[in-house]
Structures are given as structure tokens and as C-alpha cells.
Design a protein around this ligand. Structure first.
Ligand SMILES: [Zn+2]
Length: 350
């Protein structure tokens, strides 16, 4: 077992920023900054119901998941062409590389775009090209996960899957997102079974605002490999046992949880308890342009609020690398880099 050095509270943020990490829960449409929304609106001649960047930013006063989703879908309406999707993903990946993200598994919502007449190929090809370029330019490994919108029907999800299949070599898995409550995972049992048959990885949002029962059905009915959010799991001790024994990763998003009032504030966040319970929790940004921070902001603000230490940091980064769908050889190399990063703490007296 690697002995994690003691790091002072003042020096901890530098270590959190420097450590190699994977981001496994990022909606690419949620990385659209207001400036880019306005630039794309102008480029594409789309009119927005906000006067300027400031007016849009000040509308980001969410009260719950739905109030966020309403603005999120308005923002995504400026995306029309392959180049728009490329530019959006490139901006995110540049930022992620600066945050020492070595692996990004990026969610995208094709139905948000195909419903507006944008072709599946424009969406997937634009995003995929940005991933390829990011690997070549910055050495960051990136892959795409296609998410079904759960407020729509399973039939719609099947149609979306059909459209995406000719591009199957450009995404590695499927997920389930959008309005959780009232749309339990089992609504998508058949389409997830089909995706598993096709050899796609599977993940699903569950237990963000929804009850532990949704996490159970994501595991037992959809048979997902990771749970996105999952913070409500602690309400069910039997579920916690199941998640711990199965080593099921949870992709937790602290600033999102704070902004959407899943917890009253960051000090009340249950991430320390999730780790304490032996769960494979990770830290992610969810929709960074809307929730006030990218992955390193999530780490530094959460650690400042909860008093977590270098030992937790190492665990979280290690969990994220392990929980990724990257090739095992890559994971081993990143785990080695992570160890080296922490060993440097001794030399540099962080
Ligand atoms: Zn999410």
C-alpha cells in the first residue's frame, strides 16, 4: 500500500491541481461558456432570449435540476454544424489538459441536437475529431459516451441508437441523463440490453435527486458499470454494501450538487462519508460552465470545505483512473504517474 505523505492545508490545493486524474462525468454541452454561446449564436445567426453574456450568466441562479436543464437546452440551441461541436469539445479538452486530466470520458446528448434537425454525423464527427486532436496535441486521452435523455421515450432512445450505429467506432458507451425524478432507469431496460449486446459500456445517472431505488434498478435492470452521482446511496445501508463489494464507481460532482441544492452547501457534502464507507467515489465537474467550476475547482473547493487531506486526494485520483474505461496499460502508466506526483511532495515539501 502506497504511503501518502502528509501535506499542509496551504499546500494541498497545488497538489490537487498537479495530480493526474480522470474526468468521467462531464456533459460536453455543459462546458459551453456564455462567451462561446454568444459567439456561436452570432456565427450561426441564432437569436437568444438573453441580451448579452452578462444577462445569460446572471440567469444561472438555479433552484433545482429542472431549472438548470431549461437554460442548458437553450444554450445548446446555438450548436448547428460539425465545426461548432469541434470548437466546444476543443475548448473543454484544452481546459482539462491544463487541469492535469489525463483521461476524459465525455457525455454528449445527441437528441438535444437531432431534434433540432442537426445530423448525428455532425455531432459525433465534430466531437470525435476534437478528441483525436487533443490526444495528438496535448497527450490527453479522450473518449465519448452517448447519453439518452430520460425524459423522452425508450422508443426515441432506440431511434437515436440506430442513427448512431454507423458511427459506433467513435463512441465507447451509453449513459442516461436529464430529468431524473419520475423517469426511473427501468424505463430504458430494453435499449440498455441492446447496447450491452453491441459491446458498449453502460453508465447511468442515478441517485442525484432520485431515491436509492433508482440506483438499485440502474445496477440490476440496466446492469451499468458506473453510477453517475449516486450520492443518495448513503440513505440505504444495504445498497452501500452492494456498491462497496462490487467496487461500483460513483462519479460525484460536488459543485453541481451545491448549485442544484442536492446539499445545502459544500461542507455538508457527503463525499467524505462515501469514501469512509469504502465506495469508489470520484470527483467530476458535470456541467462546468453552469456550475461555477472545472474539475480542479471541484477538488480545491470541496477539500477546503470539508477538510479532506492528501490521503483522500490520492484515493479520489486513483479511483478515477481505475474507474475509467481506458486500456489497462494506460491505467497502469497513469497510476505510476500519480504515485510519482505524490512522492514529489516529500522532495518539494508541499
Ligand atoms: Zn450529469
Amino acid at each position: 500500500m502506497f504511503k501518502v505523505p502528509t501535506v499542509s492545508a496551504e499546500r494541498l490545493p497545488a497538489l490537487l491541481r498537479a495530480m493526474p486524474k480522470a474526468e468521467l462525468h462531464i456533459h460536453i454541452e455543459g462546458s459551453l461558456e456564455p462567451e462561446m454561446i454568444f459567439a456561436l449564436a452570432q456565427r450561426n445567426g441564432v437569436s437568444l432570449p438573453y441580451a448579452d453574456v452578462q444577462a445569460l450568466r446572471s440567469a444561472y441562479a438555479f433552484t433545482d435540476l429542472q431549472s438548470f436543464l431549461d437554460i442548458y437546452y437553450a444554450g445548446a440551441s446555438v450548436l448547428l454544424h460539425e465545426q461548432d461541436f469541434y470548437d466546444m469539445a476543443r475548448a473543454y479538452l484544452a481546459r482539462a489538459a491544463m487541469d492535469n486530466v489525463v483521461r476524459a470520458e465525455i457525455f454528449f446528448d445527441p437528441q438535444t441536437h437531432t431534434a433540432r434537425g442537426v445530423s448525428m454525423a455532425a455531432v459525433v464527427n465534430g466531437l470525435h475529431r476534437a478528441c483525436e486532436d487533443a490526444r495528438a496535441e496535448w497527450g490527453i486521452s479522450a473518449a465519448l459516451i452517448l447519453c439518452f435523455l430520460r425524459h423522452l421515450s425508450e422508443e426515441d432512445a432506440f431511434a437515436t441508437l440506430e442513427q448512431a450505429l454507423p458511427l459506433q467506432d467513435k463512441f465507447i458507451g451509453v449513459g442516461l441523463d436529464s430529468s431524473e425524478v419520475g423517469h426511473p432507469p427501468e424505463k430504458f431496460a430494453r435499449v440498455f440490453a441492446r447496447c450491452r449486446q453491441l459491446g458498449l459500456h453502460t453508465v447511468a445517472h442515478a441517485g442525484e435527486e432520485g431515491p436509492p431505488a433508482y440506483i438499485w434498478s440502474a445496477l440490476d435492470v440496466l446492469k451499468v458499470e458506473r453510477i453517475d452521482h449516486g450520492v443518495q446511496a448513503l440513505r440505504d445501508p444495504v445498497l452501500v454494501q452492494r456498491l462497496a463489494q462490487g467496487g461500483v464507481p460513483l462519479t460525484v460532482c460536488p459543485l453541481s450538487n451545491q448549485k442544484l441544492r442536492v446539499f445545502p452547501d459544500l461542507p455538508a457534502h457527503n463525499l467524505p462519508q462515501l469514501l469512509e464507507a469504502g465506495l469508489c467515489a470520484t470527483v467530476n465537474s458535470d456541467d462546468p460552465a453552469y456550475f461555477g467550476g472545472y474539475i480542479n475547482d471541484n477538488f480545491t473547493q470541496l477539500f477546503a470545505a470539508t477538510g479532506m487531506t492528501a490521503r483522500h486526494a490520492y484515493q479520489l485520483a486513483s479511483n478515477s483512473l481505475q474507474a475509467s474505461f481506458a486500456p489497462e496499460a494506460d491505467k497502469r502508466a497513469w497510476a505510476h504517474r500519480l504515485k510519482e506526483c505524490f512522492e514529489r511532495c516529500y522532495e518539494h515539501d508541499y
